[in-house]
Design a protein around this ligand. Structure first.
Ligand code: GLN
Length: 251
């Protein structure tokens, strides 16, 4: 993309990035929808036109997906979406294998693993994009959580889950736990990474508090679709808000 002298990409040739929002009706807890809003805003700040397509059970997957994002929910919500997700497993696995960046929080993090066995013993089969397994336990892990990530620095959020997740050798953690529980109370790590797919228990919403994660998703998506990505210097919420309110001001 070309940039004018102010560093903004030219509006007339604004390239699009398509964000597929997975199951916003059933999997949207503790402000996870805020991740979609925040990501779309940051996509705009980086000079792209965001197009958000909601994908609820039965809806078609859009053709050209640049980023996939999904949130958490209760076991009952996971039950409602698990069968639909299984039917899309091949398409989502193919996107992941092709490098499509994805962020899955809590309930969908669990279903992007191999399986989630609930505390009542029901097994929800996952799509295995992440090499993790989850078992529902008696103890809930609740509270503010802080991670230390080599790639993203400090990550902050809020966790509330009874699912106890273990990592296989095909995924690495998102970060080390500095405060809170994370995947389980034993291992001292949180989340999972496989290729460009991130799974995590962090709600809060996550992305407004941790813009480095949004920039990772946008950078990978833009590079995959347009061949390169040069971040716009100062493309942060404050700059964007100031620009928008300046535009609204009567002249
Ligand atoms: N039902 C899952 C658990 O408690 C997911 C919870 C969530 O998405 N916050 O482990």
């Amino acid at each position: 993309c070309r940039a004018d002298r102010s560093g903004e990409r030219l509006v007339s040739e604004t390239p699009e990035l398509l964000i597929a929002s997975l199951y916003p009706r059933d999997m949207n807890i503790y402000g996870d929808r805020g991740n979609v809003l925040s990501l779309a805003r940051r996509v705009r700040a980086q000079g792209f036109a965001p197009r958000v397509v909601d994908v609820n059970p039965g809806d078609p997957l859009p053709d050209e997906i640049d980023i996939v994002i999904g949130g958490g929910g209760q076991d009952s919500g996971q039950n409602r979406v698990a069968k639909d997700l299984a039917q899309r497993a091949d398409s989502i696995r193919a996107l992941a294998a092709d490098g499509t960046p994805m962020l899955m929080v809590c309930g969908l993090y669990q279903l992007f693993g191999h399986r989630f066995v609930t505390h009542t013993g029901d097994e929800l089969v996952g799509i295995g994009v992440l090499d993790v397994e989850t078992r529902g336990g008696a103890e809930r892990m609740i509270g503010n959580i802080v991670l230390d990530s080599e790639e993203f620095g400090e990550i902050i959020g809020y966790e509330n889950h009874s699912g106890d997740t273990t990592l296989g050798s095909g995924s690495r953690p998102l970060g080390k736990v500095k405060q809170g529980a994370g995947n389980n109370p034993r291992d001292g790590v949180e989340g999972a990474r496989s290729g460009n797919v991130i799974g995590t228990y962090l709600h809060g919403s996550l992305l407004p508090k941790n813009p480095a994660l949004s920039d990772f998703l946008i950078g990978e998506a833009a590079t995959r679709r347009y061949g390169s990505f040069t971040p716009i210097a100062g493309a942060n919420e404050t700059v964007l808000l100031a620009r928008e309110s300046a535009k609204r001001r009567p002249r």
